[in-house]
Structure formats: C-alpha cells, structure tokens
Ligand binder design. Structure first.
Ligand SMILES: [Zn+2]
Length: 485
C-alpha cells in the first residue's frame, strides 16, 4: 500500500541549485514526503502522470499589486486565478494606505487585519504582503509587523516624495491622504528602522526595503522636454521622458542611504542597462549591504522597438532591445536574481487618456514560465534549474519563505508547476485567465505553458480547468522561520 495522498509520477523534476532529475514525488497531506525513483502508486489516493513534463517548484511571484485598480476581493480572486493558471503558487503583493487599494489611512495594526480578512476569502493561491510605510507611525510599527503581523518586507516609492513636497497640488496630496512629507528625511528614518529591525531578526531572514528607484524631480524636467518635442513613437517618448540615467541616479541615492543606515534593499524592476550596472556597482562598493536586483517579465519580454500600444505604459518604461539583451545577460550571469510580473490588473478605463494621463502598469503573472522558458531556455540557453531559482527558490530565500516554499525537499510545501516546455501556443486573452481586457503580449507565441498547478498537495489548475476556489490560498506569515519554527 502506498503511504501517499498524491504521487507525481514519471516527471523530470527541476531542483533549484542542483539540476534536473527523473524522480517521483510522494506527497502526504500538504507536504513533500518523498523524492525518489519509482515510488509505488498502489493505494495512492491520487496519481499525476508527469511523463514528458518538467516538474518545477511552484513559482513565487514576489512583485504583485492586488487591488490597486479594482476592488481588492474581486481582484484577488481573478488575478490569483491567472497566477494559478501559470504555475504561480504564492503571490507577494504590495500594499499601501491612501487612494487606490482600500482608500484608507490609519495604523497597520488596524488596517492589516482588515486587509487579511478581505484576502482570506479571495485568493486561490498562497500569499503575503509587502507594506509601504506612509507615516512616522507606520515606521514605528515595523517591529510589530515582523514579529506579529507576518510582514517582513517593506516598500518605498520615490515618486511619492513629489506628491508631498511643498508646492504639490492639494489633489496630489489628497491621493496619498497624508499631510506629512515622504521625502529623503523620511526615507532616512524609514531605512534606519528597517536596518535596526533587520539586525534584531536577521537570523530568521532578511528584513528588507523594496525601493522603486526613479528620481521624480528629474522626470519632471525630462518629461517637459519630451512633451515639447515628441518623436511620435509613444513608447520611445515615454522611455525618454523617464531616461535610464535617472534610474541610475536614484539607485545611487538609495544605496548611499542604505550604507549609512545598514538597510537591506530590494532594487525593484530594473529596466535598463544603466540601472543594472548601477545595481552591480553599488553592491560592489558596499559589500556589507544586502542588495537584491529584481527583473520583470515585461522588461525581459518587450522592447520599445516592437510595435507596442500606449497600454504598454509602465514605470519604469519598456526600454530598447539593447537594454533587453543586457537584462537577459544579467539574468544568465546571475546578477538579476529574481524575476517577477509586477502584475497590476488594469481596466481599459484606467488606460484611457493620452500617454501622460493614462495610468501605468498591466498584468502578466501567468507568463512567468512562458517568458523564462521561451526567451530564457530556448533562445538563450538558460538552464531549467536556473529558471526554478529565478521564479521560486530565490524569491523564497530573499523574501523569507524558504524552505517552506521554493524548495524541492522533504518537509517543504507540496507546491508544483508541471510544465510542457515544448508546445508553442499563441497568447489569447482566454489563455491568461485574467480580468484584464487586454495584454501587450497578445498574438505573441510562447512555449512553456503550465499543464497542472499543485498548491500544498491539491490540484488548483489542470489543463485549462481552474479547480481552486477563492479561499484556497493561505496567508503566509514571514519570516517563516520566525512564525513556523
Ligand atoms: Zn510594482
């Protein structure tokens, strides 16, 4: 008699940091219980035939924006379905107070429980939150967030500084619903506190600050130049309006502050050669500071040399094909360590207006394996176990989910994406399982589609059928080493 609730049979198992092994996996309840050749299926409650397929650890999409443009519960239900259909089993989503999201301000001691209550009924896959501190009170809550709240990663978006500086319009100020500046003095106090709390709890994982590194004051100037003299190519104009060198400047500003505050930093969505070079440079200059370099699916999969519509507006912008090649080389070399979607499900309504007034961002979470397998493995020789690192093991380690998530190891959560790496399919809206009414990748052809997604031992997606339900996902308190010791 098999002692397993589930046996995944005959697949090529992709083990991060190791390689590919033809082994079976035995699951008891929600955990991996055995990894070995020829596990007996006699009496197993469920058997999944994975022959001719690759069994990856479930992807962890560590940059997501659930509820930014649509009601949170609705957005969590539809967009975590999109994630599940693409082999993503854990979402780490950004959240802040103010307009969009819950349109609320207040301490996270009050808002986090409310956020988690809405989330509990809504997600199909597991999830966690990175929180943006918007007030001094929030900064004072960081230690509580780490020890009690299950939130061990924070966020700062440099653009908000401009909205709260003297001279900002009341409308701008009203957007964040705060009356305090979130300038560099504020960032200094924020980073000092993240650094302090990290020092206290780093045995359990890195308490880090994710920073959107673009310099808003430079953008205000360069955007005026482009507006006065547009080229007519919208996506190139948008890139020129937020030139790569202002990312380089912003990364240096943040890195110097990180050095003097001892604050670990996640350099979000590096879009250009200059941004990645700045990330490499600051990591070399300040080896004592932990810098994570993050890449996104859209900066790796799209370039402004393609015929893209205005709907592909995103911050930082889509760059040139030379930048895209540089990003891929950085992925191959291992300087970019995590690949994420930065998924923000935008309605067409939000994309109305001109290039300057329409809202930025779009979704793409279900393209994690298609982009990495097609553009990475097939076109550039990126090994499959490196794909498992970029999409799962590295985000798990850097964001304090490891080894509960991101590991193919006895005792880890039985989260898997069973992927067909060879069949090519054209992207249609239906194939993305999203509520978004468009996709910049529509009509493009990719290999690397997920056949079956398993969340803690339960199949939540299989061959076009969504089997998980809103509420199947659990909130994962991080660092897991602190909360599930
Ligand atoms: Zn984002």
């Amino acid at each position: 008699m098999s002692e397993y609730d589930l046996v995944i049979k005959g697949g090529q198992v992709v083990v991060p940091y190791v390689g590919v092994q033809k082994v079976d996996i035995g699951v008891q309840v929600d955990k991996i219980a055995a990894i070995q050749r020829n596990i007996s299926t006699d009496g197993a409650k469920k058997i999944i035939d994975a022959s001719n397929r690759y069994v990856f650890p479930g992807a962890i999409d560590s940059h997501f924006h659930i509820g930014i443009y649509r009601p949170l519960e609705e957005d969590a239900a539809s967009e975590s379905t999109s994630a599940a259909s693409g082999g993503v089993t854990t979402i780490l989503s950004y959240f802040r107070t103010g307009r969009d999201y819950l349109n609320k301000v207040g301490p996270y001691r009050e808002i986090l429980p409310e956020l988690l209550e809405l989330s509990a009924k809504s997600f199909l896959v597991d999830y966690g939150y990175h929180l943006a501190c918007m007030t001094e009170d929030h900064i004072h809550e960081i230690e509580w967030l780490v020890t009690e709240g299950g939130v061990s990663t924070l966020k700062y978006y440099m653009f908000y500084k401009l909205l709260t500086l003297a001279g900002a319009t009341p409308e701008a100020n009203n957007y964040l619903m705060i009356d305090n500046p979130v300038d560099f003095g504020y960032l200094y106090r924020f980073m000092k506190e993240v650094g302090r709390v990290n020092e206290l709890y780093k045995k359990n994982g890195t308490i880090s600050l994710s920073v959107h590194c673009e310099n808003p004051e430079i953008i205000r100037a360069t955007q005026e130049e482009v507006k006065a003299n547009p080229s007519g190519n919208m996506m190139k104009d948008y890139s020129n309006a937020r030139p790569p060198w202002q990312e380089e400047l912003a990364i240096n500003e943040v890195a110097i502050m990180a050095r003097y505050t001892n604050c670990p930093v996640n350099l979000l969505h590096l879009s250009s050669q200059k941004a990645v070079e700045a990330g490499i440079d600051v990591a070399r200059r300040y080896p004592e500071i932990d810098f994570l370099l993050e890449g996104t699916l859209h900066h790796l999969g799209l370039s402004n040399d393609m015929a893209l519509e205005q709907k592909a507006k995103v911050n930082p912008p889509i760059r040139s094909s030379a930048d895209v090649n540089f990003l891929w080389n950085s992925v191959l070399k291992g300087t970019i360590k995590t690949v994420v979607s930065d998924h923000a499900c935008a309605t067409l309504e939000k994309k109305k207006g001109d290039l300057w007034t329409s809202l930025p961002g779009f979704g793409g979470t279900s393209l994690m394996f298609p982009v990495l397998v097609t553009e990475g493995y097939h076109k550039r020789g990126l090994p499959l176990h490196r794909i498992a690192e970029l999409s799962s093991a590295n985000p798990a380690r850097y964001h304090n989910l490891y080894p509960k998530k991101g590991a193919v190891m006895v005792g880890s959560d039985a989260d898997f994406a069973i992927v067909d790496i060879d069949t090519e399919k054209e992207i249609t809206l239906e194939s993305l399982y999203t509520a978004q009414e468009f996709s910049p990748e529509l009509g493009m052809k990719f290999k690397g589609w997920t056949d079956c997604t398993i969340l803690r031992g339960t199949v939540v997606y299989e061959k076009g059928a969504v089997l998980g339900k809103p509420g199947s996902g659990q909130f994962i308190k991080r660092p897991v080493k602190l909360h599930y010791a």
